[in-house]
Design a protein around this ligand. Structure first.
Ligand code: ARG
Length: 569
């Protein structure tokens, strides 16, 4: 039963009765119903001024007349207040409906089939070869991962792409540096760090010795020409980087369906360049090939430099077309920082100019910057926080907290992992994605306040209550859930499907993060104010059912944003 529809139908009928001659459409009434800001004013309200024109009566007269006659089993009462008709739903019935539905549907509660038959490609994380995974990659990785799970929950087919940054002249320089100063053992041991060192040294020495640049260029040309040694070293650099990244992905529980990065598109650019030329979009500018975008208030999209080198843009154009041909996507999302706003605007504009209609489903899902303990991160100034260090620290800190709070807990290390990593992920996904955020340990790992550990702790507390209660035998008496605390929890559980839906509509996982936090707060309030393990068996059964539904919904919300909820903490 949907209360809103029922109320609208009932009211429409009543209007025709009370005001003979007036014809009322239930759907129209449904559209007028509002949710009062304060639950004490009712669950739904009909602002009767919206009817005064049709009925030719003053709003208070309308609301008075209707309130006097309104009654139905699904309503506890109706009230007329200053031209508003306020409806109070039958709380026991509402509780029963929501709790039973959530429990009956279990893990699929909140899911839907709206995405059935549709495909969404999600480009996220998209790291660069020979660079270490740092805190700046946290948002793209976790927003992308959450969107993947959220879309999937709504029935979409998802394709997760790690569009590796694995093409460009810097890789020629790295090989040159490796050949001069590197050795296999050191790179094997030191991993990406060692490659970065080689690259930094190359750039420093190239300032004194410009001939090095030629060497770098020659090695890049060797990669392009398919020279065996060049490809072998380059391929190995890639392997080492990915192995490092894989460790972080494992910790975060993140996976991809494709690692097709920039190098994958090297042999797929020519047809795009040809099409640009054929459609008269390509113009020469100082030897370079560009697409002018002045008419759209943007600098030109550079497709080919004067030395014939292609660019990030060129490969992205080839990638869009490849994704269209391979996956036939409905949506193609790019989870990339707002620093690349212009790049994506240009990219999508060029697609439009090419007449690629299907590219309309492309969207740049941008996000703000992450600083660390009040300090902006900068590779150049050496102020950088690596993600694996951050996660390892988070786990250690969580372990210390557990040691202090519940030293006898079993599986401490596993649980500390869930809490520590979950805390970092929760922090990254809590604010609207476009906001810049400052990571601080205090804000992320606090057990009170709007944090991951707080929500996880609430979940574990529900689990503990349920364990204590054991198997329930009595039939629940849902009228025991008519207090404001229980009702607040019920309303939130009821709104879970809508929270998921709007998170997907706006590509905004924070809606689900915040939802989990609101539900945890409401649940804690309920826990403090009401005795769940009541003496009355009917009340006890109802409160336990609510606890179970809340626990399940918190766990689901967290899981959708990539966080595990431990049963014990
Ligand atoms: N590797 C790029 C970077 O770190 C991000 C790539 C995003 N994806 C894309 N298709 N352009 O800036």
């Amino acid at each position: 039963m949907d209360f809103k529809t029922e109320i609208a139908g009932l009211t429409a009928k009543l209007i025709e009765e009370v005001f003979p001659g007036a014809a009322m459409d239930a759907a129209a009434i449904g559209g007028m119903l509002e949710t009062p800001p304060d639950p004490a004013m009712g669950d739904f309200a009909l602002p009767c001024f919206k009817l005064s024109k049709t009925l030719r009566k003053a709003p208070p007269m309308i609301s008075d007349a209707l309130a006097a006659k309104l009654s139905a089993p699904f309503l506890s009462r109706a009230e007329s207040v200053k031209g508003y008709l306020n409806f109070f739903v039958n709380k026991a019935l509402y509780a029963e409906q929501v709790v039973c539905k959530a429990l009956r549907e279990g893990e699929s509660y909140g899911s839907s089939r709206e995405g059935e038959g549709k495909t969404v490609v999600i480009d996220y994380s998209s790291i660069n070869i020979a660079k270490r995974f740092h805190i700046g990659h946290l948002s793209t990785t976790m927003i992308g991962n959450a969107l993947y799970k959220l879309y999937k929950f709504l029935g979409y087919r998802c394709v997760g792409v790690n569009h590796l940054g694995d093409w460009g002249t810097q890789f020629g320089k790295m090989i040159a540096a490796y050949k001069r100063w590197g050795d296999e053992e050191t790179v094997k041991k030191g991993g990406v760090d060692e490659m970065v060192k080689l690259y930094v040294r190359f750039n420093a020495e190239a300032k004194e010795n410009p001939a090095l640049e030629d060497e770098g260029r020659a090695w890049f040309k060797a990669i392009e020409d398919g020279n065996e040694e060049a490809l072998r070293i380059f391929g190995w650099f890639k392997e080492v980087t990915l192995k490092d990244a894989e460790r972080v992905y494992d910790m975060l529980g993140v996976k991809f369906d494709s690692y097709a990065g920039e190098s994958f598109y090297v042999d797929k650019m020519q047809p795009v360049i040809d099409e640009l030329r054929q459609k008269n979009l390509l113009v020469e500018d100082q030897g370079a090939q560009i697409v002018r975008l002045d008419d759209y208030g943007m600098p030109p999209a550079i497709i080919m430099r004067s030395d014939g080198a292609t660019l990030y843009m060129t490969r992205d154009l080839a990638a869009i077309r490849y994704r269209h041909e391979t996956y036939d996507f409905d949506k193609n999302l790019y989870v990339v920082a707002y620093q690349q706003d212009l790049h994506f605007k240009q990219l999508f504009k060029v697609c439009e100019l090419l007449g690629w209609d299907w590219a309309k489903g492309c969207e740049h899902v941008n996000f703000g910057m992450v600083s660390y303990e009040g300090q902006a991160l900068s590779t150049r100034e050496g102020h950088i926080v690596y993600l694996d260090d951050l996660l390892t620290q988070a786990v250690e800190k969580a372990e210390a907290i557990i040691e202090e709070k519940s030293p006898s807990l079993e599986n401490k290390h596993e649980i500390a992992k869930d809490i520590g990593i979950g805390a970092v992920v929760f922090f990254a996904l809590f604010n609207g994605r476009i906001k810049d955020i400052d990571f601080t340990w205090d804000k992320a790992l606090n057990f009170d306040g709007e944090t991951g550990p707080y929500v996880m702790y609430t979940h574990a507390r529900c689990a503990s209550v349920l364990r204590k209660a054991g198997a329930e035998e009595a039939a629940p008496d849902f009228s025991a859930l008519d207090d404001p605390e229980a009702q607040a929890v019920i309303k939130l559980i009821d709104s879970f499907p809508a929270a998921v839906k709007s998170a997907v509509e706006r590509n905004e996982p924070s809606f689900v993060t915040r939802f989990s936090c609101e539900l945890a707060k409401a649940m804690n309030k309920f826990y403090y104010e009401r005795r769940i393990l009541d003496d009355d068996p009917g009340a006890r059964a109802a409160r336990l059912a609510l606890t179970k539904a809340a626990k399940q919904t918190i766990a689901q919300a967290l899981s959708l944003i990539g966080i595990k909820a431990p049963e014990r903490m």
